[in-house]
Design a protein around this ligand. Structure first.
Ligand code: PGA
Length: 252
């Protein structure tokens, strides 16, 4: 079985203007040329055109941080998959805990978004993860399995083998409190096991599962070396070129 390519995906959240985004991509692209990781930057919607243009000819792929599942219509303030695809977007993050918490995104909505993203020829990065209370109650595995099982409803084996899942314990996001390598590996292994149950081992071996939550230049190497962790979804540390470069080049 071919080894899964490690992905270093930056999630800028609501940071950087379109001008700053272009400067950042221009500064990053030469230094990540030829690296072993797949480099993805998830930028705010308004930064996408400039970021795609700046990333042309480089190995940086551009992601969106959200999308609506309907093709078009009366959904004021929303953006469709066709719009993102037309701009040259490759990946779309869905189900981030901040969207679940502040914007009421449910597992059912995430499932509809995944369907629409795949139909448009892009790849979803599906986020999941437990709260601190859920971890303390010992229901992390059940919670994450439920989130992912619903998110994947109706998707084919081929589709699931190509998409990306990001395990992000909510207590580790933006807190500087990273999950230990073992904690992160344990849940990523549970997710891979679930995919094997829902599909088969072959699919489970192909799906990329990232860890997210206070990934930084110092802890990326150990986390990404765990057998079931295929890279990271990186928030704060993806906003500075030098920190993100070290994460991308964690193996050098
Ligand atoms: P963080 O964010 O790296 O700042 O913890 C990760 C995320 O929310 O994707």
């Amino acid at each position: 079985m071919a080894k899964r390519t490690i992905m270093a995906a930056g999630n800028w959240k609501m940071n950087k203007t379109p001008t700053e985004a272009v400067e950042f991509i221009n500064g990053l692209k030469d230094i990540v040329t030829g690296c072993n990781s797949e480099v993805v930057t998830a930028v705010p919607f308004v930064c996408i055109p400039g970021a795609v243009e700046a990333a042309k000819g480089s190995n940086i792929k551009i992601a969106a941080q959200n999308v609506h599942w309907e093709a078009s219509g009366a959904y004021t303030g929303e953006v469709s998959c066709e719009m993102l695809k037309d701009l040259g977007v490759d990946y779309v993050i869905i189900g981030h805990s901040e969207r679940r918490e502040y914007f009421g995104e449910t597992n059912e909505m995430i499932n509809k978004k995944a369907r629409a993203i795949l139909d448009a020829g892009m790849i979803p990065i599906i986020c999941c993860g437990e709260t601190l209370t859920q971890r303390e109650q010992g229901v992390t595995a059940e919670h994450v399995r439920y989130q992912i099982k619903v998110a994947l409803l109706g998707l084919s084996a081929q589709e699931v083998s190509e998409l990306v899942i990001a395990y992000e314990p909510i207590w580790a996001i933006g807190t500087g409190k990273t999950a230990t390598d073992e904690q992160a590996e344990e849940v990523c292994a549970i997710i891979r096991q679930l995919i094997a149950e829902l599909y088969d081992n072959d699919v489970a071996e192909k799906t990329r599962i990232l860890y997210g939550g206070s990934v930084n230049a110092g802890n990326a190497k150990a986390l990404f070396s765990m057998p079931n962790i295929d890279g990271g979804l990186v928030g704060g540390a993806s906003l500075k070129i030098d920190a993100f470069e070290k994460i991308v080049k964690h193996d050098q």
